[in-house]
Design a protein around this ligand. Structure first.
Ligand code: ATP
Ligand code: ATP
Ligand code: MG
Ligand code: MG
Lengths: 220, 220
């Protein structure tokens, strides 16, 4: 499904080159549930962004359903993301001037397959799944940290994507709410979705069928 | 030291009033180490912001070292914060156009007691305590989530404040880095500083000498 071979990532910072991913090779199969764990700064988000077609590696090959992503334009990468991937950002990336509901339904606007759907109903459904039915018209700055996180989760689910990439989805959640979110992800996995989460929470990591450990930019 | 009596907080949202804190009364003493725990959305950040003089209650009395904060102007509250409180925000609040080091030393500019100090040295010292000596010139968008969190922690410590208020200080950190941060806070507590943390992490909560549980805006 998703195949990384010899992936490197180097940031050019003026006179210095900072390499953050070294020769990463991974295979992820349909309906896998993978957890990526490792120390702060070790390269997990950088790796997930490449998997999500949000960023390009400096070298190496990334095959997405058999197609070489390196040969695609930025518009093509954007189309792949909108159609097939739901992404939950570590820092949420909510739009301040839009309500929770408006934020959740935003991906529907970019997707051709939802032209005839009721956006509001799909959005309310996803907000209900994350326990936020009573906060749909709040703006991000009128929500708690964990509520903002859950809006970001709901938004990643609204297009019913085949692949869900979750960067620290429970970092701001108490253990009960965190359990609810993990149940939700497990259900989606049972329905056949491929799930990749980055997490610092061992209980979350243990829910996965496979754990990938990263240290200093390498898979160990 | 810090005394809350009958604190209520109500947000006015158009036609609706949303009450998020109900009749909260607490005493916090010098050199206490307090953890505040509770579900997402229960009112913890709202409570900590009032304790920090970042926000005002809708009703009730807040005595800060025996002085009624409700009688103080916004400038006076600001002065109290700069002089006596170090605050770690749940969403970090780093300034994007400033480097890690510049962000860390910002509170020194507002404080009269550091006029003759070497700001750069104080900043580097704090960044070293949180393990970021090799990231001092990175901008926030060139840092991982956990690195941004640690810059926010370092910034809260640079003025050597008597009171440290930490809203989810380890939410984005792996367990080893999280332990390092908790050791740092315990050391500061041993030196006589008063520490109040909000946390979803039971291991962090257990480090405190006292736990305050919040549910639906009430202390339970
Ligand atoms: N400006 C605002 N206007 C309206 N409601 C608000 C506002 N700020 C916060 N709230 C609401 O107040 C409640 C408490 O928020 P608070 O941020 O204190 O929760 P919390 O306990 O810190 O949650 P978390 O663990 O998710 O960070 C939430 O239900 C939130 O939706
Ligand atoms: N734009 C950038 N320029 C330079 N360095 C960067 C940039 N973005 C990230 N880095 C560095 O790359 C390394 C990996 O960052 P990444 O965000 O992938 O870490 P992470 O494993 O997700 O960490 P965390 O658990 O703290 O979120 C970090 O050391 C970071 O400082
Ligand atoms: Mg990260
Ligand atoms: Mg909070």
């Amino acid at each position: 499904l998703l195949e990384l071979s010899g992936i490197n990532k180097i940031y050019k910072m003026g006179q210095i080159d900072l390499q953050v991913l070294f020769d990463i090779s991974l295979h992820i199969y349909d309906a896998d549930f993978v957890s990526i764990i490792g120390p702060s700064g070790s390269g997990k988000t950088t790796l997930l962004n490449i998997i999500a077609c949000l960023d390009r590696p400096s070298s190496g090959i990334y095959n997405f359903f058999g197609e070489n992503v390196g040969l695609k334009s930025n518009d093509e990468m954007s189309a792949i993301r909108n159609l097939r991937i739901g992404f939950i950002f570590q820092s949420f990336n909510l739009i301040p001037r839009h309500t929770a509901l408006e934020n959740v339904i935003m991906p529907l606007h970019y997707s051709t397959k939802f032209k005839n759907s009721n956006f509001k109903n799909l959005g309310l459904e996803c907000l209900e799944k994350v326990g936020l039915s009573d906060r749909v018209n709040h703006y991000p700055n009128e929500l708690s940290g964990g509520q903002q996180q859950r809006v970001a989760i709901a938004r990643a689910l609204v297009t019913n994507p085949e692949i869900i990439l979750a960067d620290e989805p429970t970092g701001n959640l108490d253990s009960k709410t965190s359990d609810d979110i993990m149940k939700l992800l497990k259900d989606l996995n049972m329905q056949g979705k491929t799930i990749i989460t980055i997490t610092h929470d061992n209980e979350v990591a243990e829910q996965a069928s496979e754990i990938i450990r990263i240290k200093d930019g390498r898979v160990i």
